[in-house]
Design a protein around this ligand. Structure first.
Ligand code: GRF
Length: 192
C-alpha cells in the first residue's frame, strides 16, 4: 500500500514510521511545506522521495494543492498520514482523499485542538492529556477519532518534559493505528 507522510518540522513521527519494521505500507513520498525542515534530511537519509514546496510562492492554497495533488497521483499514493503537518488541507484534498487521510494530534481531542496543544493542556491545569489519531476532514482536528491514549500530567511537568512523554506514546501509537486501519480497510477493498 503506497502512502505519503506529510510533515512540516522535526519529523520524529515520520522517523518512527520509517523505523517501524512491522509497517504494512510503503512510504513512497514525504510531503513538506517548509523547505528548511529537518524532516527533509530524514527522508533523504532514508532514500525516500520528497515533495517540498513553499506555500508563499503560490497565489492560493488551491494552486499549491493542485501541484501537490499531481505529485501524489504520480507517486500512486493511496493513503496520506499527517505527522506534524502545520496546514489545514483544502476541501479539494480532503475530498480526493476521503477516508484515507489520518492525523496525529498531541491531546485528547476534542480537548485542545489546533496549535500548541501541549501548552494549552498545561495552561488549563488538567491532570491528564494524551494523543489522538483521527481521520482528517476540513476542520481543525475535528475528524472522526480512531484511537486515543492518555498521558498523565505530572506536577513538575514543563512543556519539554510533557512533550517528551507524549511523543514517546505517539511514536508507538501511530504505526500501530496505521497498521490496524490499513489491515481493516484491505478486508473490504481489494483495489490497493
Ligand atoms: C506531534 O506532536 C504531532 O502530534 C503534532 O505535531 C508534532 C510533530 O512532531 N501534530 P514531529 O515533527 O513528528 O517530531
Amino acid at each position: 500500500i503506497r502512502v505519503a507522510v506529510f510533515a512540516s518540522g522535526d519529523g520524529s513521527n515520520f522517523q518512527a514510521l520509517l523505523d517501524n519494521e512491522d509497517l504494512v505500507c510503503e512510504i513512497v513520498l514525504l510531503v513538506c511545506d517548509n523547505p528548511g525542515a529537518k524532516v527533509i534530511e530524514r527522508a533523504e537519509n532514508a532514500g525516500i522521495p520528497t515533495y517540498v514546496f513553499d506555500p508563499n510562492e503560490y497565489k492560493s492554497k488551491l494552486e499549491y494543492e493542485l501541484h501537490l495533488l499531481k505529485a501524489l497521483v504520480n507517486a500512486e499514493v493511496r493513503w496520506m498520514f499527517l505527522a506534524g503537518y502545520m496546514r489545514i488541507l483544502s476541501p479539494l484534498l480532503v475530498e480526493v482523499g476521503e477516508d484515507r487521510i489520518l492525523n496525529i494530534h498531541p491531546s485528547l481531542l476534542p480537548a485542545f485542538p489546533g496549535k500548541d496543544a501541549i501548552k494549552q493542556a498545561l495552561e488549563a491545569g488538567v491532570e491528564k492529556t494524551g494523543v489522538t489519531v483521527h481521520y482528517v476532514d476540513e476542520g481543525i482536528d475535528t475528524g472522526r477519532i480512531v484511537a486515543q491514549e492518555e498521558v498523565e500530567i505530572l506536577p513538575n511537568d514543563t512543556e519539554k518534559t510533557l512533550k517528551e512523554r507524549i511523543q514517546r506514546v505517539e511514536h508507538r501509537l501511530y504505526p500501530q493505528v496505521i497498521n490496524d486501519v490499513l489491515i481493516e480497510f484491505s478486508k473490504y477493498d481489494k483495489g490497493i
